[in-house]
Design a protein around this ligand. Structure first.
Ligand SMILES: Nc1ncnc2c1ncn2[C@@H]1O[C@H](COP(=O)(O)OP(=O)(O)O)[C@@H](O)[C@H]1O
Ligand SMILES: [Mg+2]
Length: 145
């Protein structure tokens, strides 16, 4: 039996949003505290769906949607979850300039959609997740450290 992390390194295919959320919930338990997660993938690939699963694992019950009007959303749970959408950041913007460090407390997780916008300022230890769509229901998730 391969561990979930081994399966994610190899790439997991899910057949529904619920399955992606379930995998995210299990994955959440394996993420070290104070880790940045970068979610790569096109619109609709399942980045927000996965992050919703993380939130549920950390006892966050609020709706989790893409932060459209604000740059990021801070959720309080058994971990603080910062959900950042870097899509609308100015080019040249970096993480430090958002001063998120000033208010997050350990244990936290920073989940970043469109991380390539701020690639240069991501912590070196960032865990990268690559999400893709095969067809309407079949999506893939791959982990790279
Ligand atoms: N296997 C799957 N995994 C994740 N999402 C899926 C899957 N199958 C269908 N979906 C749907 O795809 C959409 C993914 O949207 P979302 O998570 O907001 O993507 P993103 O944040 O990458 O733009 C949702 O409407 C979800 O219900
Ligand atoms: Mg999204």
């Amino acid at each position: 039996m391969q561990s979930l992390l081994e399966q994610l390194f190899a790439g997991i295919t899910t057949k529904s949003a619920e399955e992606t959320e379930r995998i995210a919930r299990a994955f959440a338990m394996l993420v070290p505290v104070d880790t940045t997660l970068a979610f790569h993938g096109d619109l609709g690939a399942g980045k927000t769906t996965f992050i919703r699963g993380l939130a549920r694992a950390w006892d966050i019950v609020e709706p989790v949607t893409s932060p459209t009007f604000n740059l990021y959303t801070l959720y309080e749970g058994s971990r603080q979850l910062v959900h950042l959408d870097a899509y609308r950041l100015d080019s040249g913007a970096d993480l430090d300039s958002l001063m998120i460090d000033d208010f997050i407390r350990s244990p936290w997780c920073m989940a970043i959609e469109w991380p390539e916008r701020i690639a240069d300022s991501l912590p070196e230890e960032t865990w990268h997740l690559y999400l893709g769509i095969n067809d309407q229901q079949t999506h893939t998730i791959r982990l790279r450290l």
